[in-house]
Design a protein around this ligand. Structure first.
Ligand SMILES: [Zn+2]
Length: 673
């Protein structure tokens, strides 16, 4: 049985695609256990090598180690998010604890760090090429940041804190999943769903059947605050109930966990010599320091609030009175319809999923980068919904595999994201295998999946992450694809959103799914205007979440945040973002990005990256837009580099200068006094 574990041998499938058809839940734990033991043995052999340290016998050897671990971990990470089972959920805390302890066992290995340090001291005389030199520097930094220079007592304490953080983080994530399920809104009367389309009402009934509410209608919670149905539901009371369910998720369980984690992180940062966890995080990001982040946020808040207040006035006029938080999206939708003659629901027949994917997302990538896509139904995914495409470069060579998993299901967490199954590396002779996950509501049987424009935009966004993985052209896996600072990683994906509204792209993919008629040119123009409408709300709800993250993680060690609700309220008040009608995009208790993902003290990254994104879009416009020459330049200087060059240097090499903020201010309507 044990010997038949499909993780034990490298995959024989093309591009090293994991053998999903053979993987079962009971394979993970034994694979992890063997993988961690193998990796530790490899690392121990490197550390104990009697030969003096060389770049090859230490750094390259480390880069080659842990093959089994990457195989099982990459599959598990995706599976635990995209198609979790009760069995996987049960082993998740154990896996998370094992991985945290494993990371410590490597980074706190004294003899190993001594070898890396010795090489680091001689780095200028080793004759290393730039990527290898950077690898050495990055390893040295990573080990130092993980506590390699602490004394024995410091390291013992660090291991303890890391284990506690890992456990709390897993629990936080599981609480969110449970609270999402428990918070689903169950409705008894179809009249309460007035405003939703017939297909959406049917989907809510189907959802009810699946969840054991036969004959009732169930609206499941998405992971952010502002539920999409709020824009449509005519019944004000139902809207209020839905928003309340979203806002009050997991308060009792995750509020105290947030307090505990913020304290642990501050303590950890102090141990490593930083004033706060945010100081620790930002020291290894592209931002020049926490003050630079604080300054950017402070610069954006007043004009964003002013912009949102103008929107609130316009909405109040239409609604005949002030709008509350549960009314905002509803009246905003109505105003958009009135002012721009745009109705999300009426646009959806023009955005059929397959058409958007093939003639929009793939077509744009073909025009800009010359790449092509071939469906590979012969290659199995991890769920029947998953589709596999082989991606070819302009010269016909294979670049990698692109998997997509579009539909929401109970076994998938909310949101949209990209995962990598195989990281490109010339050292290991590997090409990329990546997946995009989405939460598009599954259409009723026999019906096409019709998207909102926001879902179209997300399709382009996530594909930008996929391109970052697929175009990676680095030697070391350490630098592959999206292994860049987290305040940089959203930049390439945001840039890819630009193609969604380009006339030559939208003209191809936006055709009516029944009649084949193109989206009228006048509608397209109005969509562009409408895209600027609502930026006040969007910016404020985003900044509110960002400032919450910042407040939790700029606490000095030893500080007690106290009651989590009071802490949250004060943080928003202090930031000038306590607007009752615009709650944060995530409240503390369901802010998974910062408590169980890698965005802790990093939610600012989206707007930080957007500065680069907006400036890059300007560059494309100035240089003729969608052309192969532009795409090749962006790919060569930026997408292909992964983390192998300093991210801001890569930006400068691409743009020819430092980023400027004006394009972002203009895009978000923040330029007016
Ligand atoms: Zn993203």
């Amino acid at each position: 049985m044990v010997d038949q574990n499909p993780f034990f041998e490298p995959s024989t499938l093309e591009y090293g695609l994991p053998p999903f058809a053979e993987i079962r839940d009971e394979h993970y734990l034994p694979a992890f256990e063997r993988a961690l033991a193998d990796h530790l043995a490899e690392v121990a052999a490197i550390a104990a090598d009697p030969a003096p340290p060389t770049f090859g016998n230490t750094l390259v050897a480390l880069e080659r180690s842990g093959a089994l671990l990457s195989r099982v971990d990459s599959v598990f990470a995706n599976q635990a998010s995209a198609h979790v089972t009760p069995e996987l959920r049960a082993i998740e805390p154990k896996v998370s604890a094992l991985l945290a302890a494993h990371s410590d066992a490597i980074h706190l290995n004294g003899p190993l760090f001594a070898r890396i340090s010795a090489l680091y001291e001689q780095r200028d005389t080793l004759g290393l090429d730039p990527e290898s030199l950077r690898l050495l520097e990055r390893y040295h930094t990573r080990f130092r940041r993980a506590g390699a220079e602490l004394d024995a007592e410091g390291q013992r304490l660090l291991r303890e804190i890391n284990a506690e953080i890992a456990a709390a983080s897993t629990e936080f994530g599981q609480n969110v999943l449970r609270a999402n399920a428990e918070g689903a809104l169950v409705l008894d009367d179809p009249a309460q769903l007035s405003g939703l389309s017939a297909a959406e009402i049917a989907a809510a009934a189907e959802n009810g059947r699946e969840l054991g509410f036969e004959g009732r209608w169930v609206i499941s919670l998405k992971n952010f605050t502002n539920q999409p149905e709020l824009a449509l539901l005519d019944d004000r009371e139902v809207r209020k109930r839905l928003l309340d369910a979203a806002l009050n998720r997991a308060q009792d369980t995750n509020g105290p966990l947030a307090v505990a984690m913020a304290k642990l992180r501050a303590e950890r940062a102090a141990l490593l010599g930083y004033d706060s966890y945010a100081e620790y995080v930002v020291a290894d990001r592209t931002a020049a320091g926490t003050q630079a982040v604080t300054d950017l946020l402070a610069r954006l808040v007043p004009p964003a609030v002013a912009n949102a207040e103008r929107e609130a006035e316009a909405l109040a006029e239409l609604a005949g009175g002030p709008v509350e938080a549960w009314d905002w999206a509803y009246w905003s939708n109505k105003l958009r319809k009135q002012r721009y003659d745009i109705d999300e629901a009426e646009l959806r027949p023009y955005f059929e999923l397959d058409k958007v994917l093939h003639d929009g997302v793939f077509h744009a990538a073909h025009e800009v980068y010359g790449i092509t896509f071939t469906p590979r139904p012969d290659l199995p995914g991890y769920h029947p919904d998953v589709r596999v495409y082989e991606v070819f470069d302009a010269d016909g060579s294979g670049l990698g595999l692109f998997l997509c998993d579009f539909f929401a299901r109970e076994s998938k967490r909310g949101g949209a994201w990209m995962n990598s199954f195989v990281d490109q590396s010339t050292l290991l002779g590997k090409r990329a295998v990546v997946v995009n996950n989405h939460n598009i509501p599954r259409p009723a049987p026999g019906e096409p999946a019709l998207l909102t424009f926001s879902q179209v935009d997300t399709l382009f966004h996530e594909f930008g992450h996929a391109l970052h993985g697929l175009f990676s052209a680095v030697r070391y896996p350490f630098f592959s694809g999206t292994n860049v600072p987290s305040d940089f990683v959203e930049y390439p994906s945001q840039v890819n959103e630009m193609w969604a509204l380009r006339p030559e792209v939208i003209a191809r993919y936006a055709t009516h799914h029944r009649t084949g008629e193109p989206l009228p040119a006048a509608t397209l123009e109005r969509m562009e205007e409408a895209a600027r409408f609502g930026q006040g709300f969007a910016t404020v709800e985003y900044l509110a979440a960002t400032l919450l993250d910042w407040a939790w993680h700029t606490l000095p060690a030893g500080a007690d945040p106290g009651d989590p609700l009071a802490f949250e309220a004060k943080a928003l008040q202090d930031a000038g973002l306590a607007l009752p009608a615009i709650p944060p995009r995530y409240r503390t208790s369901y802010f998974s990005h910062i408590f169980c993902s890698q965005y802790s003290a990093g939610y600012y990254s989206y707007i930080w990256s957007e500065v680069l994104d907006a400036d890059t879009v300007e560059w494309f416009k100035e240089n003729g837009g969608l052309t192969r020459a532009n795409g090749d330049h962006f790919r060569r200087e930026l997408l292909g580099r992964g983390g192998s060059v300093d991210s801001m240097i890569a930006f400068r090499n691409f743009r020819g200068r430092d980023p400027e903020i004006e394009p972002l201010l203009k895009r978000r309507g923040l330029t007016e006094a």
